[in-house]
Design a protein around this ligand. Structure first.
Ligand code: SF4
Length: 309
């Protein structure tokens, strides 16, 4: 964990600031499609995928490294880059193939490290060994798609693995001192605000490096579109902002915040229709923190001193 402590002047420990401090300059994640698939789509664990997942495996912006650097070069000509294996499940392949793919990217002089998004049930002993080896050589984080701690919701969204597997993976990654980022989704069908904040509180019990959280978007091509075509996770930006600020207040300030809103491309976005307004949402979160004279971790209670819920 890093040592930044949040306060009124620095209310959120964002991954952007962390990477800038760590590498000494602006560092951008380049979203890659490593050509992986997902056990939740090919029938190994499930079919159809998690119900919110788009046909592209929740990586609708992914493309190649030179293409992305070119696109970003006008805005950030001197930036540093991490390769982000984002599409589908990026440890779901034989370890020899993973080794080849990860190292082929790391050979690129434009790349300073890796971010790998995966599922806790796709981390074998051999894969942990490979990740350990890479972690000792370069900057690495592993992102685990948890979405919720509640088993009933996990079943409803067709996640197809139990919370127990997440716990095992987090502990193992922690033991190997590999940075772990946990992905949570707010507004899943059937979940109350209390359920969502319980998920936040739960994942903060472990020494995770980062949290990625955002509202549920209903997108074209997902199971959500067929099963819940009229579903809207949050009725307004204001309602969503209140929840995110409540969450930030109970997240320890050492945990880096990787995302607070979702990036669904407008052509495939169904609801909430306002969710593409990223700047407005982020401004709303900062405004609300200011109004409350609050910041990330202000209400955090370490597990031992937390009142039982
Ligand atoms: S969200 Fe991840 S685990 Fe779920 S179907 Fe999509 S790629 Fe697979």
């Amino acid at each position: 964990m890093n040592t930044i402590i949040c306060n009124a002047d620095h209310p959120i420990n964002s991954i952007g600031s962390y990477l800038k401090n760590y590498f000494g300059r602006k560092t951008i994640k380049l979203s890659l499609d490593g050509g992986f698939t997902c056990p939740n789509r090919d029938g190994t664990k499930g079919t159809g995928g998690c119900i919110f997942c788009s046909a592209d495996g929740s990586g609708d912006f992914a493309s190649d490294i030179p293409g992305q650097i070119k696109l970003l070069s006008d805005k950030w000509p001197d930036s540093n880059h991490l390769a982000y294996f984002q599409n589908h499940t990026n440890t779901y392949a034989p370890v020899s193939e993973l080794r080849e793919k990860y190292y082929s990217v790391l050979k690129d002089p434009n790349i300073s490290g890796l971010a790998i998004a995966t599922r806790p049930d796709c981390l074998s002993e051999e894969i942990y060994e490979l990740l350990d080896e890479i972690n000792k050589k370069t900057f690495l984080w592993v992102e685990l798609g948890l979405q919720t701690i509640h088993e009933e919701t996990a079943e409803l969204i067709n996640r197809c693995y139990p919370l127990e597997l997440y716990e095992q993976a987090v502990k193992r990654l922690e033991k190997l001192q590999i940075r772990t980022v946990v992905h949570l989704i707010f507004g899943l069908p059937g979940e109350s605000k209390r359920d969502m904040l319980e998920s936040v509180k739960y994942v903060c019990r472990d020494s995770v490096f980062g949290l990625k959280m955002h509202m549920l978007n209903v997108v074209k091509g997902s199971q959500m579109e067929k099963l819940y075509p009229d579903y809207v996770s949050f009725r307004s930006i204001e309602e969503y902002v209140q929840l995110v600020v409540d969450a930030l207040e109970i997240i320890p300030s050492e945990i880096t915040i990787h995302r607070m809103s979702a990036d669904a491309p407008r052509p495939i976005l169904i609801s909430p229709e306002w969710s593409y307004q990223k700047r407005t949402i982020l401004n709303g979160i900062h405004k609300e923190l200011k109004k409350r004279n609050s910041w990330q971790g202000k209400k955090y209670l370490p597990p031992a001193s937390s009142p039982s819920t």
